[in-house]
Design a protein around this ligand. Structure first.
Ligand code: MF3
Ligand code: CO
Length: 256
């Protein structure tokens, strides 16, 4: 069942969405050569505490990993797709791209967003990967309208990514969001005809999160049980926003 939110619930989600935005953009501004991904985690913990927010990811049980996640951020560098774990040993270097993904809950309502940032000068391929991935998210946001269907969103991401020569990661998907971090429906970044294709209705909120590889689409999980990487070692980018269906069209809760 897809839970639809009332206006007052959407306003609560808006507060968590804006907090996630502020945290992500403060972290993105700190990204520099020589910084450890752990430094980002420490800064994020502080900002969440100061805001009186609960981290959405820390202690979240992920069935595929068989355990709880231990951090407030996912920091996924270069070929890492998602669930990269902050570490004092992971020092960012010129030419890296790092995806920062985080979520919070405030008063029981969740926000979740991700972006990918460059560390210094990066390759043209990495730049284009980041641009196409972000564009695919923006195009999909434009489809979050009453009367459209879920596959309009999935298909829009897929079409933009594939027509630009990149690959959609299939193992990880977007999701509904509200009083739970992950609600129905799943939001794959490709049309999965095995799934239902519900019509979008006012009050639905979707976390749309394209994960795109520069090379082959296949992912594998490292021995740490969490870090998902591109099997072929190619760059991977990730952007995410929470978007509500309203009578005025898409409302992106995770940006001002
Ligand atoms: N943005 C991702 C998601 O919505 C990251 C979740 S990290 C987790 O699924 F470990 F908490 F699951
Ligand atoms: Co998400």
């Amino acid at each position: 069942m897809i839970v639809r939110k009332t206006q007052s619930e959407l306003e609560k989600m808006r507060r968590s969405g804006l907090l996630v935005h502020d945290i992500l953009h403060a972290l993105a501004a700190q990204v520099a050569e020589g910084l450890a991904t752990w430094d980002l985690e420490v800064a994020a913990v502080k900002m969440m505490e100061d805001a009186g927010a609960r981290p959405a990811f820390k202690n979240y049980f992920v069935p595929a990993a068989g355990e709880r996640y231990r951090f407030v951020l996912c920091t996924s560098v270069n070929d890492e797709i998602v669930h990269g774990m902050p570490s004092t040993r992971r020092i960012l270097r010129k030419g890296d791209i790092v995806s920062i993904d985080t979520g919070v809950s405030l008063n029981g309502y969740f926000g979740d967003s991700a972006l990918t940032v460059a560390v210094g000068e990066i390759s043209d391929e990495a730049k284009r990967l980041m641009r196409i991935t972000e564009e695919s998210l923006e195009l999909a946001i434009g489809k979050v309208r009453e009367g459209n269907r879920l596959f309009d969103i999935c298909g829009t991401v897929e079409e933009h990514v594939v027509s630009n020569g990149f690959s959609i990661v299939r193992e990880y998907v977007g999701h509904g969001i509200g009083t739970q971090l992950h609600e129905e429906p799943q939001v794959p970044n490709y049309v999965d005809r095995r799934n239902e294709n519900p019509r979008l209705r006012e009050g639905m909120v979707l976390a749309i999160e394209p994960m795109v590889n520069a090379g082959r689409p296949e992912a594998k999980v490292l021995k740490d049980k969490w870090t998902a990487v591109a099997k072929d070692g190619s760059y991977s980018a990730h952007f995410e926003h929470c978007v509500a269906v309203t009578s005025n069209g898409p409302w992106v809760l995770t940006r001002p």
